[in-house]
Design a protein around this ligand. Structure first.
Ligand code: LLP
Length: 427
């Protein structure tokens, strides 16, 4: 995060507050989020894309009411993909016209709620959904703005579970074989739907912008086909999210202005070649905004050297607050943050307190050789897909999210308690 520094005794502080104070006040583990950094990233995306484009923050990365307020104030729109995310967006006052509803199997209730609320866009993902959204819109007496999610057939260079534009996966309607063109025909035949554009999301944690270029080219190709076949020039395209962030020092992500220029240029060039007016562009970054803004603060509980192998450092959380290492082989860094140390490096594996050996937070990293129980360690870049994918495995209450801003720290999502867990257990 942006406003992180080390004080005199080597203690790390964020936004002017020391981690020891944070741990005392809020407990560990805790996600510590730098609000100024979050807002700065929103602004960087907004400014990079300018007034001719829209930036939809992907709420799945991390969403709560405070985040919705920041987005609203910084001029971003919001992509939601469930009834829960929609409810959070509406509860925090996001204007419905700035909300897009996603999902490959939206329930009838989710569709109804979104249409009734007046969301600005529903992104259609299947033939069945075309009828469902058309029916809901007709019932509410509105003409719902929709985009069609197109599968462009790009092999994104990322983990299999988070690649979404190759043919053999569940999202979207394929360009190849004509499913997308067929969906266009069906949507245009529905009076209660207004087809405003096409959507493509190729995957997540992607560094190579070439995949986005191929995606843009193919989406514009379909726009041209729609003009030729139906005489309609659709006014919008959305190229999704997926921009990678630095989890470790080896990663080298692109900046928003570079991404904006690449996408704008390719869309403009392809449209010119096809004789099409340039549509309004939108993107949906989640990780690139939220990811770098938070770290997870843990307390070391045990230190177990395995001679000839490595040292296992156990923390008071684990796969329940960060499933990404276990699920995607994700790489993370770690640092001793409560004090300075002059000790040499030791090879560690940072593990959690859960009952399985896959409960790894950081697979391979170095910590000072004198790292000991009671020390605080931090894992950076946990602002996206950590709290939002947290679980109650082993009946573990989920950690709070503490936002630091202007020298003050406040809880924006409180820590779960054992009472919270027991409340659901009504047997
Ligand atoms: N738009 C759509 C339609 C999406 O499906 C996603 C992510 C995004 C935007 C935002 O992607 P981002 O900019 O955050 O990469 N849990 C996985 C990531 C799953 C992403 C799912 N869709 C992880 O922890 O890596």
């Amino acid at each position: 995060a942006q406003t992180v520094g080390r004080g005199p005794g080597g203690e790390v502080s964020v936004g002017g507050i020391g981690v020891r104070e944070l741990a005392r006040e809020f407990g560990t583990p805790a996600y510590v989020l730098d609000e100024a950094d979050f807002r700065a990233r929103c602004r960087a995306w907004r400014e990079a894309f300018g007034p001719e484009a829209d930036v939809f923050y992907a709420g799945k990365a991390f969403l709560c009411r405070a985040v919705v307020r920041w987005l609203r104030e910084e001029g971003l729109n919001l992509d939601v993909c469930s009834g829960g995310e929609l409810a959070t967006a509406l509860a925090a006052g996001m204007p419905p016209e700035r909300i897009a509803l996603h999902g490959n199997n939206k329930s009838p209730r989710e569709i109804d709620r979104a249409v009734a609320a007046g969301v600005g866009r529903v992104v259609l993902d299947s033939v069945q959904e075309i009828e469902r959204v058309a029916e809901a819109a007709a019932r509410h007496g509105v003409r719902q703005r929709v985009q069609i999610r197109v599968t462009v057939g790009v092999e994104a260079h990322t983990h299999e579970f988070i690649a979404t534009a190759h043919e053999d996966q569940k999202f979207g309607l394929a360009l190849a074989g004509g499913a997308a063109a067929d969906a266009v025909r069906r949507v245009l035949a529905e009076d209660s739907l207004e087809l405003v554009g096409l959507h493509s999301h190729i995957g997540s944690q992607i560094f190579d912008l070439a995949g986005f270029e191929v995606s843009a080219r193919r989406v514009v190709g379909l726009l041209a086909e729609i003009r030729d076949v139906h005489g309609r020039e659709l006014p919008e395209i959305d190229l999704g999210g997926g921009l990678g962030i630095a989890y470790t020092a080896d990663d080298d992500p692109s900046e928003p202005h570079e991404i904006a220029k690449t996408l704008r240029d390719i869309v403009a060039r392809e449209c010119e070649a096809a004789g099409l007016p340039v549509p309004r562009l939108s993107v949906e970054p989640g990780r690139a905004i939220a990811g770098p803004t938070a770290f997870t603060l843990y307390e070391v509980g045990t230190v177990k050297p395995l001679p000839g192998l490595r040292t296992y450092v156990s923390v008071d959380g684990g796969m329940s607050d960060n499933i990404r290492t276990a699920l995607y082989d994700a790489e993370y860094a770690v640092a001793l943050v409560s004090r300075a140390s002059a000790a040499g490096p030791m090879l560690v594996r940072v593990v959690g307190k859960h009952c399985e050996s896959g409960d790894i937070v950081v697979r391979d990293a170095y910590l000072p050789a004198d790292t000991a129980p009671g020390d605080l360690i931090a894992v950076p870049a946990t602002g996206a897909y950590c709290r939002s994918m947290a679980s109650n495995y082993n009946h573990t209450p989920r950690p709070p999210v503490v936002a630091v801003a202007g020298g003050e720290a406040r809880v924006i999502v409180r820590r779960e308690t054992e009472e919270d867990l027991l409340r659901l257990d009504v047997g």
